[in-house]
Design a binder for this molecule. Structure first.
Ligand code: ADP
Length: 488
């Protein structure tokens, strides 16, 4: 089974969110399960400037955009500690700059994002052809790859290399669709007849992800609940009807975590290692986190958050209850980057409550591990959450998740109220209605539980025991690949 896995970001080479984690690890698990897998991704300036051992190959691909020839230079590397080949596509005009999709330190998108990925999507198919891969499946991820299924069906289908190729569109977050003004159709080189409401057009604009959904053989997203949710107007971001039409080809496969990277027993970033049999290291990590955050080293509950600072993540609810939260004996540690107004708000909270609040507004892998290990409680009150990875990391680190029951959070977090803790499944706390009173009431409930250490440790251990490894999701992908191939 030959699979080509295309992702706009791959850990450790480039990352803005959870997709990079998955793209950097899932292919390794797939390879271990016998899949012949190749990864393709852009070669961004940030990657090129790092000391990864990438080899410039002789391969060069050419794509015509708006009558002009654009060249892609192909580099080769491997996913760390593996034999999974990664081909990087480089074009100076498109990728040499700092930042992946927007100006660094801002939320302002690059003006030429559509052209950058129109180029990438065709260059990918050219590369696969030149490498003579003859893939059974091209596995696309998110809007940046949304035109690949379109090009495959509309332009490349008759090439020998693609005669038996199926394509899967994997949606990691429907909120990002790659919507551009209609004149960018001209850059795509695709026939204007495709610009209609059933295919590429979306309220007068060009929509990459819609193209991906309509033209692929199967669609998958990252949890079963999210697969259902996105077929409703509330979560469908305008594409609910399109997705509903494809319901029989739409699957939900929950993401998994790489336990070689996220494992408190071996994690090199944290102050002390620990595991389910001996939790003393976790207390050392808590003290270390408090010290690094300049918070008093008291025995109070520490609530952690690691997140993109956007509305999706429920930050408006936190802002709503912050004053009341500060009346409680607790500490709050936030690591995140994103919208300026949240940067300002949380910076202000940290100034006003220096004994209780610490914020770090950067993207920092080490701090993420330190918070996962050092916090007692992990907060994710998301408005929507396709899968979410941090609640899974938290389970593994014995940091009890408090979540809104939506998408992947609903599929992974079992509230302690729903069944006796001793059954082994209850691993956290959740609330359903998106509302700040509900969040506050849940936090009060959590803190009440926290006082009973015996019960708390039982909840921690339930989470630590559970298997959210990548191998599980890889197995489900293999089944989906087989089904797609057999689908004829
Ligand atoms: P999303 O993909 O919506 O951002 P996920 O929970 O699926 O959310 O994945 C987020 C990933 O990005 C996690 O690995 C998380 O630890 C990481 N992350 C988010 N913000 C930061 C940050 N400021 N510093 C380090 N890692 C971060």
């Amino acid at each position: 089974m030959k699979i080509v896995y295309i992702s706009p970001e791959v850990m450790p080479f480039a990352k803005t969110g959870g997709l990079a984690d998955i793209a950097g690890t899932l292919p390794k698990s797939l390879q271990k399960q016998g899949v012949d897998i190749t990864v393709i991704t852009p070669l961004y300036g940030v990657t090129k400037d790092c000391q990864y051992s990438l080899l410039k190959t002789d391969l060069q691909v050419m794509v015509t955009i708006d009558g002009k020839r654009k060249y892609g230079y192909v580099y080769k590397g491997f996913l760390p500690d593996s034999q999974v080949p990664v081909y990087f596509l480089y074009n100076e005009q498109y990728y040499a700059r700092k930042g992946l999709y927007n100006y660094p330190g801002t939320t302002r998108d690059f003006e030429d994002n559509s052209e950058r990925f129109i180029f990438f999507d065709q260059a990918v198919l050219e590369t696969i052809d030149q490498l003579s891969i003859y893939p059974d499946i091209i596995h696309c991820n998110d809007w940046q790859t949304g035109l690949i299924p379109v090009y495959l069906k509309a332009k490349y289908a008759s090439r020998k290399c693609f005669l038996n190729t199926k394509v899967i569109m994997n949606i990691h977050n429907l909120a990002y669709q790659g919507i551009f003004w209609h004149w960018d159709m001209k850059l795509t080189g695709l026939d204007w007849s495709l610009f209609n409401w059933k295919q590429l057009e979306f309220y007068g604009k060009l929509n990459f992800l819609k193209g991906g959904i309509v033209f692929s053989d199967s669609i998958t997203t990252v949890s079963k609940t999210y697969a259902q949710e996105i077929q409703t107007p509330e979560y469908g971001a305008g594409l609910d009807v399109v997705l509903k039409e494809r319901a029989k080809d739409l699957y939900g496969i929950i993401n998994g975590i790489d336990c070689t990277i996220w494992n408190p027993e071996t994690d090199k970033f944290i102050a002390a290692n620990y595991g389910i049999k001996d939790l003393t290291g976790k207390q050392i990590c808590k003290k270390d986190l408090q010290r690094k955050c300049k918070l008093p080293g008291k025995d109070v509950p520490v609530i952690g958050m690691i997140t993109r600072l956007t509305d999706q993540k429920g930050l408006d609810l936190i802002v709503d209850i912050f004053r009341d939260l500060m009346k409680i004996n607790l500490q709050f540690v936030l690591l995140g980057t994103g919208e300026r107004r949240y940067h300002e708000l949380f910076q202000d909270y940290a100034k006003r409550f220096p004994e209780k609040v610490a914020v770090k507004l950067t993207f920092d892998e080490r701090s993420a591990h330190e918070i996962e290990a050092g916090a007692d409680i992990f907060l994710m009150p998301s408005r929507f959450e396709p899968c979410g990875l941090n609640q899974l990391y938290s389970l593994r680190y014995g940091t009890v998740p408090v979540v809104r029951a939506t998408g992947g959070l609903a599929d992974t977090i079992v509230d302690v109220r729903s069944e006796p803790i001793s059954y082994g499944r209850a691993n956290g706390f959740s609330f359903k209605r998106y509302n700040s009173d509900m969040l506050f009431a849940t936090i009060v409930r959590v803190l009440d539980f926290f006082k009973n250490k015996v019960q708390w440790i039982e909840i921690m251990k339930n989470g630590m025991k559970q298997d959210w490894s990548l191998e599980r999701s890889a197995g489900e992908y293999v089944m989906l690949y087989k089904k797609s191939i057999q689908g004829g």
